[in-house]
Design a protein around this ligand. Structure first.
Ligand SMILES: Nc1nc2c(c(=O)[nH]1)N[C@H]1C(S)=C(S)[C@@H](COP(=O)(O)O)O[C@H]1N2
Ligand SMILES: [Mo]
Length: 423
């Protein structure tokens, strides 16, 4: 908290003016301004002003437009407005992904909100009464629950459609680092909806973010990020989370409150939630019509049903083309997960898939989470090797050799061929 000297009071006023577009900060990176705001305990109470292309330093691989937290390049790969976690940086970090290594997927930019001004409005024809407004305090008075769940982008692994299968796809070219697992604390969405007075006819629930409108590359304004959730899932295990790994949510991950939809694709877990419409009829948004369905030769004209649960995946905690000492025994580690149940078996190959063996699992299979695993390997000679890991979940799903393609590159689940060098 800032000390209350007149200088700091002035500084806060200046920062407020900057937020209002009344102060200039030529030559200062926007990210640095955001950090100043955070340090001053200041926030905008709404979306930050959207700036045109910054006139200052070009982004390096340690900054992303609109992301507040530091993105050191040993932990993150910046992809547009997003930051992918480097899987190698998860090694030894424990079960839960520390916030300083957790990937960020932003359609626009992180709004720095003030918890004291924040309100959640629950409204719509699916309620028996009028709109209900809740403050953060109101939420914190409801019974708190803590739940471990991964958040994983529907496009995680997308780049492998192209690099392994030769198929062009649109969207952020993630490798496997668009996932993180955290312990989320908050209240059940079900409790909030019931308190707001659910009508018998309620069918869909539409949480909406407080980040700026999303404008597509061709200039279409799609409005604020929002995606309908069927009432059945909303009442099942969805959280309105205000803590991540025992701390208030970081700005980039939805401060002060985000939705967490366990095992579903990341877009369902709306960050910076400001209002929730409860509808008595099915709802649509671009995020369940144009995006987050499967389109392509193998799918119907209008696409598949809207995507919900994630698929099965595995990743090694190693850099791409990592160099390992030849003729030395290594303990290699990785993680596997699935949206359809816990991972019960992981098989690995260090010879490009010619032979397979079981990896050692270090966690018991658990829904909505991942398992850490390891395998010992001694490269017999210097040279190039291909590592593979293949998981099976409790629903009996095993990672295939290839994934049926879809134009937007969602739900890649095939075994990834990970190159390493023995030197
Ligand atoms: N309001 C809002 N919520 C959002 C998004 C967004 O851009 N705005 N991105 C979604 C997507 S596509 C993903 S994958 C997850 C990413 O969550 P994270 O940035 O905390 O890792 O947030 C989801 N929630
Ligand atoms: Mo996503």
């Amino acid at each position: 908290m800032p000390v209350s000297t007149s200088e700091s009071a002035y500084d806060r006023r200046r920062l407020r003016q900057w937020l209002a577009g009344e102060a200039r900060a030529d030559g200062v990176a926007r990210r640095d301004m955001l950090r100043l705001l955070a340090a001053a305990g200041l926030a905008s109470g709404g979306a930050l002003p959207a700036f045109a292309a910054p006139a200052f330093a070009a982004p390096t691989n340690t900054t992303a437009p609109g992301i507040v937290k530091p993105l050191p390049d040993d932990r993150f790969t910046v992809r547009g407005t997003n930051a992918e976690s480097k899987f190698a940086s998860f090694a030894g970090t424990g079960y839960h992904t520390p916030a300083d290594r957790f990937f960020v997927r932003n359609h626009t930019s992180t709004p720095v909100l003030d918890a004291a001004d924040w309100r959640l409005t629950v409204h719509g024809a699916g309620l028996r009464g009028g709109p209900v407004d809740l403050t953060l305090r109101d939420l914190k008075r409801l019974p708190a629950v803590t739940r471990t769940a991964f958040v994983e982008c529907a496009g995680n692994g997308r780049s492998f459609f192209t690099s392994q299968q030769g198929q062009p796809v649109s969207g952020t070219a993630w490798t496997l680092g668009a996932i993180g697992t955290a312990s989320w604390r908050g209240v059940r969405l079900a409790d909030v909806l019931r308190r707001a007075g659910l009508h018998r006819r309620a069918v869909d629930v539409l949480p909406r973010g407080l980040d700026p409108d999303y404008v597509t590359a061709d200039g279409t304004n799609l409005g604020r990020v929002r995606r309908p959730l069927p009432l059945s899932k909303a009442l099942d295990d969805v959280l309105l989370a205000y803590e991540m790994n025992g701390e208030p949510l970081p700005y980039d991950h939805g401060f002060p409150v985000r939705v967490v939809v366990p095992s579903w694709i990341g877009i369902a877990s709306v960050k910076w939630v400001g209002d929730i419409e409860v509808a008595d009829q099915p709802l649509y948004s671009p995020w369940n019509t144009d995006f987050y369905r499967l389109f392509g030769a193998a799918y119907p004209e209008g696409g598949s049903a809207p995507l919900s649960r994630q698929t099965v995946k595995s990743a090694w905690e190693l850099d791409w083309d990592a160099a390992l000492d030849a003729r030395v025994a290594h303990r290699l580690t990785g993680r596997s997960w699935s949206g359809a149940g816990g991972v019960v078996r992981v098989e690995v190959s260090t010879d490009g898939g010619a032979s397979w063996r079981r990896a050692r699992l270090h966690d018991t299979p658990r829904r909505h989470g991942w398992v850490r695993w390891s395998t010992d390997w001694r490269p017999s000679a210097p040279g190039s090797y291909t590592l593979l890991a293949r998981a099976t979940d409790s629903a009996g799903r095993t990672q295939p050799d290839t994934t049926v393609p879809n134009t937007q590159g969602y739900l890649f689940d095939a075994v990834v061929r990970h190159p390493v060098r023995a030197v």
